[in-house]
Design a protein around this ligand. Structure first.
Ligand code: GDP
Length: 194
């Protein structure tokens, strides 16, 4: 199991930690289940809710999982009430980070299994494709779908990733029912060399 601890909140590209060897970033629409997924994967119950404390929601939150290895919680996007200024901030900080961060090994994109691939998710994926780095899509809250809906959603998601020309794959995930946790953790360990 991953055993993470909060490391640092970063508001500016210039402040990114220099000692990092490998990182995996987590992105998703607000409310997609990203904090729950990080908490489920990284053991500490309320770890990623640090990212929801005032003043930290628009920043990158680093969680250390091993020596020089980090999970990076990116701000949730698509929150209707967020002013344009904040969305621009999202684009420059997150865009800059995703495009140019050498230790970044892969992106975990959390999407609610009941309505995956919203416009903003697709925009992020199309944009991330240019990095040539892989994506792991977690179809979250899969406990809300029945078995045949799960099968169909997973098949469609994998097909969509292929159509979009992305490296990587999709899997079902549920924090509450602990679906896909070992599978996702195995991918994180491969990306982080641990
Ligand atoms: P975030 O905004 O993406 O970080 O999302 P949260 O992790 O805060 O979750 C948003 C809401 O979805 C909360 O009410 C969670 O309790 C709920 N949620 C998160 N993961 C799951 C899951 O696996 N199954 C179900 N049924 N609900 C979930």
């Amino acid at each position: 199991m991953l055993n993470a601890s909060f490391f640092i909140t970063v508001a500016h590209i210039a402040d990114l930690p220099t000692e990092s060897l490998a990182e995996v970033a987590f992105a998703g629409r607000s409310n997609a289940g990203k904090s729950s997924a990080i908490n489920t994967l990284a053991l500490h119950k309320r770890l990623a809710f640090v990212s929801k404390t005032p003043g930290r929601t628009q920043h990158l939150n680093f969680f250390r999982v091993a020596d020089q290895r980090f999970l990076v919680d990116l701000p949730g996007y698509g929150f209707a009430r967020a002013p344009l200024e904040q969305q621009r901030g999202w684009q420059s900080l997150i865009g800059g980070y995703l495009a140019s961060r050498a230790p970044l090994r892969g992106l975990v994109l959390i999407m609610d299994a009941r309505h995956p691939f919203t416009d903003l998710d697709v925009q992020l994926l199309e944009w991330f494709r240019a990095t040539g780095k892989p994506v792991l899509v977690l179809l979250s809250k899969s406990d809300k779908l029945n078995r045949s809906e799960c099968t169909l959603t997973l098949r469609k998601a994998r097909a969509t990733l292929q159509e979009l020309g992305l490296e990587g794959t999709a899997q079902l995930f549920s924090s509450t029912k602990r679906v896909g946790v070992e599978e996702a953790e195995a991918q994180l360990r491969i990306w982080l060399d641990m």
